[in-house]
Design a protein around this ligand. Sequence first.
Ligand SMILES: Cc1ncc(COP(=O)(O)O)c(C=O)c1O
Length: 392
Amino acid sequence: MTRIPHVTPAEPNPLRALALDRLRRRTSMKWRTYPQDVLPLWVAEMDVPLAEPVVRAVTDAMELGDTGYPAGTAYAEALAAFAAARWGWEGLAVERTAIVPDVMLGVVEMLRLVTGPGDAVVVTPPVYPPFFQFVGHMDRRLCEAPLGPDLRLDLGALEETFRRAVAGGRPAAYLLCSPHNPTGTVHTAGELTAVAALAERYGVRVVADEIHAPLVVEGVDFVPYLSVPGGENGLSLMSASKGWNLAGLKAALAVAGPAAAADLARLPEEVSHGPSHVGVLAHTAALREGTAWLDALLAGLDDNRRLLAGLLAEQLPAIGYRPSEATYLAWLDCRALGLPDDPGQVFLERGRVALNSGTDFGTGGTGHVRLNLATSPEVITEAVRRMAKAMA
Ligand SMILES: Cc1ncc(COP(=O)(O)O)c(C=O)c1O
């Protein structure tokens, strides 16, 4: 695949557009879970105004009263064009896609297609906490193959876990997070090809959550799982939701590789009733016309990663932080601070900064916190100041 350079942002940095008092008027989870004196740098919502094409698409729909049920394949077509232009991947076939309400409900439906009650689902912690909750609620057995100390996939651990998962000849699936939340790790083509080879050897089906795929830094290749040799029987979930901050406008896409088309065809028709038509319009507009906005965001996130690294080095040098290649999340190793297992509680109580507690991310999460960088440099600066004060 050929790497496509990002466009030089012609748009202003969206992370600098909104003042805190305006953000505090928002009524979503990020802004309404903690008291007003707490700086919220936790749940994956971004402090940005929406991309203009998204606002236009939704406003036009409101003016027209175009608020019925979704129809057609425009979202999938927009994603296919985006995948070709952005990642050099021409293999996303619109006829092998299905709209689903959101990525996590899509994950559940894909896991239902390839596993049954009591079968194993492999996860690679530390990983997005709802992986544990959703898989647990669907009566599947969770098997953990933790990331290595370099925060990359540990292929040895994965092989061992695949072996255990299929013991007795049972079906099993691997819920791959790509790029990986919370570490921001971008899996390489080599790693993903090795995953596909292991999956093939043990008969494990791969379901890839690729929601963070648009949020990869310039110069680093995002490799869609379905594009690697051996990935043909994989299933992927993609969405404009994280890249363009559209979680409240429900819509995502399930994508099947050529050898998984028959599985996706078994998806119950009623699943397609879940996504919102307005959500589909918004996501389609983002993918079709939102690239300049996305590139401006990515440039701003890059600045924020550098800013955070500098601030931590000055004020909290005991915290381990490796700026990641994807997502807007920073995974902070606080083990050297000598705090209890959940340092997030200390930063919240003493510092009035809300972060995600690493313990929620499973094995490897103890002593860590996840910080959301999708905010202004001023908020990041104030958050680190408060965190340092909490430790003083
Ligand atoms: C890896 C991952 N998957 C899924 C989601 C949630 O996506 P959705 O709201 O479309 O279910 C998130 C949200 O942060 C995420 O980080």
